[in-house]
Ligand binder design. Structure first.
Ligand SMILES: *Cc1c(COP(=O)(O)O)cnc(C)c1O
Length: 330
């Protein structure tokens, strides 16, 4: 196997820990996207996960692996929203104190959702990096354990359980389309999928603005990117200059990374609603958007991960007022 510290047995162990704590989400076929690509397309409805995104998988697994003394002191996370929500939920389930630090760019609906889960929310600075300063203080001064959103072996193993579900439901899959930011989801999914289906293609999709992993892979090492507002707000943030796991895993396991413009992400969200009757956030719509624009050549039997549902309802309604999307080629 590849040279990484996340092994398949970690993924199976994660699945045992997650049983009864998170949902096994459905896989449904999409006739409308099959008509676009000319081959079967299946949607992994992970936006129906508890807390509205897959992040709760990694957070639950990482929390379960902590020593009792660390659980007693509590955990801290820095988050654009969904990791904070997943971590807050997992901590509440385990009876552990959680402090969530985030930047001012995070939409209000996400902040409120995290507060409602009983976490202590602190809003600091303009970027995740600035929020990180407060995290470091809580770790040194109050002894909290920091659980990161993607670059952690237990988090990756937790996200990988989604990949196990995919290959069980679709053992002959050819292509998996995965939303990509820090790379925890795609690293885990690629590990599980490529073990079961070595010939399957794993494609990462992200927004053109601030595509941290894409730029880092191109440069050959982690590079910083400027954070910008995007419809795919859950894909914002850097990969960390001291990246330990996901950069190497993406480099060795991911076949391709494609970038999407804002109007195409909007088209993906609208397609999800009008054609699939699913409410998804921008980050979750990138796979659909890529198929609508023929960005993945000869995809074959395809699985598209709809990674999250946490979009501001007013913003969603405004997008839906434009009606169903046209394909770019129309
Ligand atoms: C975090 C997140 C992603 C990206 O996951 P990474 O592990 O950071 O690559 C995609 N979609 C949603 C909804 C997310 O919350």
């Amino acid at each position: 196997m590849m040279d990484s510290s996340v092994q398949l047995q970690d993924v199976y162990r994660a699945r045992q820990r997650l049983a009864g704590q998170v949902r096994r989400t459905p896989l449904v076929s999409s006739e409308s996207l099959a008509a676009v690509t000319g081959s079967p397309v299946h949607l992994k409805l992970e936006h129906l996960q508890v807390t509205g995104s897959f992040k709760v998988r990694g957070a639950t697994n990482a929390l379960a692996n902590l020593a009792d003394a660390a659980k007693q002191r509590g955990v801290v996370g820095v988050s654009t929203g969904n990791h904070g929500r997943g971590l807050a939920y997992a901590a509440a389930q385990a009876g552990v104190r959680a402090v969530i630090c985030m930047s001012k760019l995070v939409p209000k609906n996400k902040v409120e959702a995290i507060r409602a889960l009983g976490a202590d929310v602190r809003i600091i600075g303009q970027s995740q990096d600035e929020a990180q300063v407060e995290v470091d203080r809580l770790v040194t001064e109050e002894g909290l354990t920091m659980l990161p959103p993607f670059d952690h072996a237990d988090v990756i193993a937790g996200q990988a359980t989604l990949g196990l579900e995919l290959v069980e439901d679709l053992p002959d899959l050819d292509t998996v389309l995965v939303p990509l930011s820090g790379g925890g989801l795609i690293s885990g999914v690629a590990l599980a999928v490529k073990t079961a289906c070595p010939r399957a293609r794993v494609v990462g999709l992200t927004m053109r603005r601030g595509a941290a992993m894409y730029e880092s892979i191109k440069a050959g090492h982690p590079v910083p990117v400027e954070e910008a507002e995007s419809l795919a707000d859950s894909l914002g943030g850097g990969i960390g200059m001291e990246n330990r796991y996901t950069f190497a895993m993406v480099r060795s396991l991911v076949d391709d990374i494609q970038l999407l413009d804002e109007d195409r992400i909007a088209a993906g969200i609208r397609h999800a609603y009008f054609e699939e009757r699913q409410v998804v956030e921008g980050a979750a719509a990138v796979g659909i958007a890529a198929l609508l624009d023929d960005m993945v050549p000869q995809p074959g039997i395809t699985a598209v991960i709809l990674s999250g549902a946490n979009i501001d309802t007013t913003a969603h309604a405004r997008l839906m007022a434009d009606g169903p999307p046209n394909r770019r080629s129309d």
